[in-house]
Design a binder for this molecule. Structure first.
Ligand code: NAI
Length: 343
């Protein structure tokens, strides 16, 4: 049995998390849930948006499925934990749990409108350094600068993580993105380190692209790519470009990976405009749960969920409004459960 920390989150979070949970359970996966609460609502109720017990639960279980958590606009939103104060629950979790890589799969599903129809890419994004270390300063009133930090250790770690993941799921080619023609030291170090680390995986083909050329090729012929390895900033940008290639936010799942634990979550936020109305698309959360199942080796259950989801999407009879139907979150969930093999 895999024990998984379950965080329903805010807004549409509880609705889509419940959907994913019901489907995983109905698929017969060996998963038990440890439900904890975090987010804005938890902050109101308990005085802490991220109680220490949530971190402890994830550290203990090493696995989490998380619904979106809301960060109020306007005034600073302090999230204190472990002697630090972070600006959001998401950032607090990333730092406290040492998530060094993000995975973003991009895949077409039948019935989900997009400009392309045969994309199947996995993005690995380094998540701990680059321009996001947050070292910025005003040099004078008219000049600002920021530090881009790339280290051999973090670059090799994300490259090895990507290659190990590829072996687990049977993928064969990885493209390293960089701008080393201009950023000779930083991106040069990332490219060289990644190539050196990936040389230990002779079963994986490695190539590289300058980041701007990669963006053009992704739009012109995305079907030619298998896996992408990117630094933090390029990874952030290309991940959303990629979500756009396959149908947008409602269908984009993701995972955050640390040395000891992994947390899976949809890319979208808490969508307060549609919360509590039973109209949210649960697909991104279901796909995040599916990634979790594959990650822990529950491949039969994952395949069953994948097939059932694809069947409901292609029938288009029980899909949510954003997918062109008129079903609610519950109705779509029940239709997927109904399509699971063996029913
Ligand atoms: P959002 O993703 O929540 O919503 C953007 C638009 O997409 C809205 O019109 C929403 O109705 C729609 N949408 C999002 N998910 C949908 C779904 N599953 N089905 C149907 N429609 C969907 O982004 P927004 O409005 O910028 O952020 C709202 C809150 O979510 C903010 O407080 C933000 O901080 C938080 N957020 C949390 C994240 C996390 O916890 N991982 C990630 C992104 C945002």
């Amino acid at each position: 049995m895999h024990r998984v920390t379950l965080i329903p989150g805010d807004g549409i979070g509880p609705e889509v998390v419940q959907s994913a949970r019901d489907i995983v359970t109905a698929a017969g996966a060996n998963v038990v849930w440890d439900t904890v609460s975090a987010g804005m609502q938890t902050g109101k109720e308990q005085g802490m948006p991220l109680p220490q017990s949530v971190i402890n639960s994830i550290k203990r279980n090493k696995l989490a499925l998380k619904g979106p958590t809301q960060t109020p606009f306007g005034d600073p939103y302090p999230v204190p934990i472990g002697g630090h104060v972070y600006p959001s629950v998401a950032i607090a979790l990333r730092k406290e749990l040492g998530f060094f890589a993000a995975i973003r799969p991009l895949k077409n599903y039948p019935g989900v409108k997009s400009r392309y129809d045969n994309i199947d890419i996995v993005i690995f994004r380094e998540n701990s350094e680059d321009l996001y270390i947050g070292v910025e300063r005003m040099v004078d009133a008219d000049t600002a600068e920021a530090i881009k930090r790339i280290t051999r250790g973090a670059s090799a770690r994300v490259a090895r993580f990507g290659a190990d993941y590829m072996r687990r799921v049977g993928r064969k080619r990885i493209t390293v993105a960089h701008k080393s023609n201009v950023l000779k030291m930083t991106d040069g170090l990332f490219l060289k380190t990644a190539q050196d680390a990936l040389a230990a995986y002779p079963d994986i083909t490695v190539d590289s692209r300058v980041i701007d050329a990669l963006c053009m090729e992704l739009v012109m012929k995305p079907e030619t790519f298998d896996c992408l390895l990117l630094t933090n900033l390029y990874g952030d940008i290309v991940s959303d470009l990629g979500a756009g290639l396959v149908g947008g936010l409602g269908v984009a799942p993701g995972a955050n990976i640390g040395e000891d634990c992994a947390m899976f979550e949809a890319v979208h936020g808490s969508a307060p405009d549609i919360a509590g109305k039973d109209i949210a698309n649960p697909m991104a959360m279901i796909l995040s749960a599916l990634m979790l199942l594959r990650y822990v080796g529950e491949s039969q259950a994952a395949d069953r969920v994948d097939r059932a989801l694809a069947a409901v999407l292609s029938e288009k009879k029980h899909v949510t409004r954003d997918l062109g139907g008129d079903a609610g979150t519950r109705e779509m969930t029940e239709a997927i459960v109904e399509k699971l093999d063996g029913k």
